[in-house]
Design a protein around this ligand. Structure first.
Ligand code: BGC
Length: 457
């Protein structure tokens, strides 16, 4: 009997803890990204107290060009070797999070983060950042993919040198979501781009899965993008094929083909193609990467008014549940993380129009990275949340906006659309560059535990 009870207890215990969570603070510590730390320390707008409050928060490390792997300092290699040194004296496992982000024809629906690799193999135009026509229309991405493989192989060879730490890789923000909703409707999201993204992501998943200590999370956009899941009318849950009937409409339905379903179908196909030896290294999905959607905690808030558009994934808690249910229907059972780097002020954007805006919102830092999420987990009906994470580096620009003292190579109209609306910061430097005024906005009114973060200000 004792054995039986012990076994049952063990089963309950491990289910509650979500075994293998690379962010579990009972067993792990988060390694601080020295790049972010240096940016914060060099700030001229933050007070010393403000710097101390965020300099050691574990924002993710973006490997957005080949140079970052070993040349630019601090490089990925430097970060990992410092983490590996720390591991020698640490009592817990040391976790490093980096973003794998260098696909050919990157950022196809926007012009902000175009990247360095084109499908044609040629360099992007230095005056616009865009690729040449052949990159979008030739039907051939082999040269760009060869460069992406070089990037991925070099990352893998560096990662393999540090088997003693825990590594988390976030896979290619925006790429698969763009294929789900923008294919053939945005000028650069073409069939040629699709080849680059699909072959590239599969190559990354396969190659990274050979790293013994890796945990991958695939980017899953956010509820304001892929949250549409079905508008089927219903009277009760049992008319919704396993989903919930909410205010007369199924939150999601097996009968329709909305954004969320398209994304899940895409992932399902990729998973079938790469096979279980690869997908077992996929720990889960990452939502809200570099976006500002509200977490939905402590209030189940809908500041963007998405419900009025029949999007029931109006905050990230709801969104993770919607996608998780769809994934489970497709036989995919994974965990979740969500980016809380910049979603600490729910009321900075309060309409669907404002919520389309993804560029340089004068928002606020959100809840700090942590696996202590039992309060949030209790609101989730389907998804298992591994952690809150800071994925987009707070204080770094989303895209360039010209103005006094700032000239731009890559200008996306969204980075200027709302300059006079109060919620968008203009001018702003190129994507990824530090904006010392932005970090001041993000920190104003911020409290690390987020007690009052959802209150209207
Ligand atoms: C940019 C990257 C940058 C990252 C983090 C992305 O939007 O394209 O270059 O490293 O944000 O700030």
């Amino acid at each position: 009997l004792f054995m039986k009870v012990a076994l049952i207890l063990l089963a309950i215990f491990s289910a509650a803890l979500a075994a293998g969570n690379p962010y579990d603070l009972n067993t792990h510590e988060y390694f601080v990204n020295p790049w972010f730390e240096n940016e914060v320390d060099a700030s001229k707008t933050l007070s010393q107290n403000e710097k101390d409050a965020i300099r050691t928060k574990a924002a993710a490390f973006w490997v957005d060009t080949m140079d970052v792997i070993q040349k630019r300092e601090p490089s990925l290699k430097t970060l990992l070797s410092q983490a590996s040194e720390r591991q020698k004296v640490a009592t817990k496992k040391v976790t490093v999070t980096y973003i794998h982000y260098d696909l050919p024809n990157r950022d196809c629906a926007a012009k902000a983060s175009n990247g360095e690799i084109c499908c044609s193999g040629n360099k992007p135009d230095p005056s616009t950042g865009a690729c040449d026509d052949a990159s979008y229309h030739s039907g051939d991405c082999s040269k760009g993919l060869a460069l992406y493989k070089q990037y991925t192989d070099e990352v893998v060879s560096v990662l393999k040198q540090f088997p003693n730490i825990e590594i988390v890789a976030i896979i290619e923000p925006d790429s698969l979501p763009n294929l789900a909703t923008n294919l053939d409707s945005e000028p650069h999201c073409t069939q040629t781009t699709k080849l680059g993204y699909l072959e590239g992501v599969k190559y990354a998943l396969k190659s990274l899965s050979a790293v013994s200590n890796i945990n991958m999370y695939i980017d899953a956009a956010h509820g304001g993008w892929l949250g549409w899941c079905g508008t089927h009318q219903c009277g009760s849950d049992n008319e919704c094929g396993g989903y919930k009937c909410s205010k007369g409409y199924c939150e999601c339905t097996p009968y329709s083909n909305n954004n969320a379903q398209k994304y899940v179908a895409e992932i399902k196909q990729i998973f079938d193609e790469v096979g279980s030896s690869v997908t077992e290294k996929v720990r889960g999905f990452a939502t809200n990467v570099a976006n500002y959607q509200p977490l939905g905690f402590p209030e189940d808030s809908d500041p963007c008014n998405l419900k009025s558009q029949y999007n029931f994934a109006f905050n990230e808690i709801r969104y993770m549940d919607v996608l998780d249910r769809l994934f489970k229907h497709a036989g995919i059972n994974k965990s979740w993380i969500t980016d809380t780097g910049r979603n600490g002020n729910n009321y900075v954007r309060t309409s669907p129009h404002a919520c389309q805006q993804w560029c340089n919102i004068k928002g606020r830092l959100g809840r700090v990275p942590t696996s202590q999420v039992s309060d949030i987990q209790s609101k989730l009906e389907s998804a298992t949340l591994d952690a809150l994470a800071w994925l987009k580096t707070p204080g770094e620009s989303d895209g360039c906006s010209p103005g006094s003292g700032v000239t731009c190579v890559r200008v996306d109209s969204m980075c200027q659309r709302d300059c006079y609306e109060g919620y968008q910061k203009c001018p702003a430097p190129e994507a990824g560059k530090w904006d010392d005024d932005m970090i001041k906005f993000l920190m104003s009114g911020w409290t690390p535990n987020g007690e009052e973060l959802s209150l209207q200000t």
